[in-house]
Design a protein around this ligand. Structure first.
Ligand SMILES: [Zn+2]
Length: 456
């Protein structure tokens, strides 16, 4: 599926610098879906004796054909895919078939019936520490433009709901961009507006690091949610029409965003905490508030976020391999590539059971029940995670979700909502809010504050 070398070239130096801190956390530990993607084992044949991945009921061929037809005729949106980092760091051309290495390529996107993909402009936390965060985002954005230039018959840059529907009519895949990690704007509303002008249509306010204005799910809380500047960021996103993404943020940050935002919010890749008690997931009370806001929660496929069985097995493996990983790290401290290969080999030799597909569908089901079927969507995290549920090995497998939802009794119109229409509704509303907010305003009106300026 994928080479475990995410951001290797760009981030390695800083990773090594941070190795003292990192030493406390085995590289294989899923501190973040990104970090774990870097070195954890990814093989299509990952199976263990006694694996709980017994296939769900044998496929009903008639229902499968109905699912495929529905998939082909629907707007299918995935709001979080991390292939862009590989496209940049490894010069990967998404037009090249990459099955067995990556989760994503153009042919498999078509096979999966995908209409629109949000390429994640993921800015590692190391850039917040060493500088260059905005530059990193700019470099990644350029790569999306270049991919669209290289594959004009298949890929169309898209900046609006209208662009997505047009791409669908033309039989192309709409390419959109979302920034992951609000530190990418370097505390500048000017930079935020420039990213919007370049086409970025959502921003995940934090990654797993608390930044200068928003608390993360998985780091120290220093702002009690959003700082005043963070609230200003949200308002400016509303004003421009950039969706506010509340994946990765703390519960209090989510709550603050919901208080401030006048446009629907999204969680671009988060699942249900009631089913898997992980901080990256969303608790029921906030699911209900997101529904009232008109927002949408896009289910993340990462097994360690959707299944506590998987998570616990993964943790236990980390414990088993801890000392051997540390030894490898010492042995290959000057040879990052070799280190990655050796770590992968070690993890591959100790596979854990796949999470069954039904567990993934349970998260769709739960969010549909708690928040309503108008508030759930797809946020795969393909190419950002080291493993996936059984039967959801890559982007070509998306119709399995359609099939399973139909099998559970969802109507075709409800399935269309989940596949993409919920996102389209929220995005269209954010576009309307921006048009209204912008009436008679100049860029920057009411939003001139900068953290740097405020400090002086
Ligand atoms: Zn993420």
């Amino acid at each position: 599926m994928k080479k475990p070398t995410r951001h290797a070239r760009a981030a390695l130096a800083s990773l090594l610098l941070l190795s003292l801190a990192a030493a406390a956390l085995p590289l294989g530990q899923p501190k973040t879906e990104k970090a774990s993607a870097k070195q954890a084992p990814v093989t299509d044949t990952l199976k263990a004796p006694g694996a709980t991945s017994s296939p769900d009921a044998p496929r009903d061929e008639k229902l499968w054909q109905r699912a495929l037809k529905l998939q082909r005729s629907s707007i299918v949106v995935d709001t979080h895919n991390d292939i862009l980092s590989f496209m940049y760091d490894e010069d990967y051309d998404i037009g090249e078939p990459s099955a067995g290495k990556y989760h994503t390529d153009l042919a498999r996107m078509k096979q999966g019936g995908l209409t629109a993909e949000f390429f994640s402009v993921y800015v590692d936390r190391s850039y917040a520490e060493k500088g260059g965060a905005a530059r990193r985002a700019l470099d990644l954005i350029d790569r999306v433009y270049r991919a669209a230039e290289r594959h004009p018959a298949e890929l169309a840059l898209a900046f609006s709901t209208e662009d997505i529907r047009r791409a669908k009519k033309q039989g192309k895949i709409a390419a959109l961009m979302g920034i992951e990690g609000g530190h990418a704007i370097e505390d500048s509303l000017e930079a935020l507006r420039d990213f919007y002008r370049l086409g970025v249509r959502y921003m995940t306010l934090t990654h797993n690091n608390t930044n200068n204005w928003a608390d993360s799910c998985c780091d120290k809380a220093t702002h009690n949610g959003l700082s005043d500047f963070g609230k200003e960021v949200v308002r400016e996103m509303n004003r421009t029409g950039m969706l506010v993404d509340i994946s990765h943020v703390s519960d209090k940050t989510m709550s603050d965003v919901l208080d401030v935002s006048t446009a629907p919010v999204i969680a671009s890749h988060s699942s249900a905490r009631a089913l898997a008690n992980r901080p990256r997931n969303i608790p029921d009370d906030l699911l209900r508030r997101i529904a009232r806001n008109g927002g949408v929660v896009m289910v993340n496929f990462y097994p360690a976020f959707i299944s506590m069985d998987y998570y616990n097995a993964d943790r236990a493996r980390d414990e088993r391999l801890k000392s051997r990983r540390e030894a490898l790290r010492a042995q290959y401290k000057d040879d990052a590539k070799r280190l990655e290969a050796e770590l992968k080999k070690l993890t591959d030799a100790d596979p854990i059971p796949k999470a069954p597909l039904s567990v993934l569908i349970d998260h769709f089901d739960h969010i549909a029940k708690v928040a309503g079927v108008d508030h759930v969507g797809i946020g795969s995290d393909f190419d950002g995670v080291p493993d996936l549920p059984a039967g959801m090995d890559d982007v070509s497998k998306l119709p399995a979700i359609t099939y399973e939802l139909l099998r559970r009794g969802y109507s075709e119109s409800d399935v269309r909502k989940v596949l993409g229409e919920n996102f389209m509704r929220a995005f269209a509303q954010a576009e309307r809010v921006a048009r209204t907010a912008n009436a008679g305003q100049l860029s920057g009106t009411g939003s001139l504050r900068r953290i740097g300026a405020a400090k002086k």
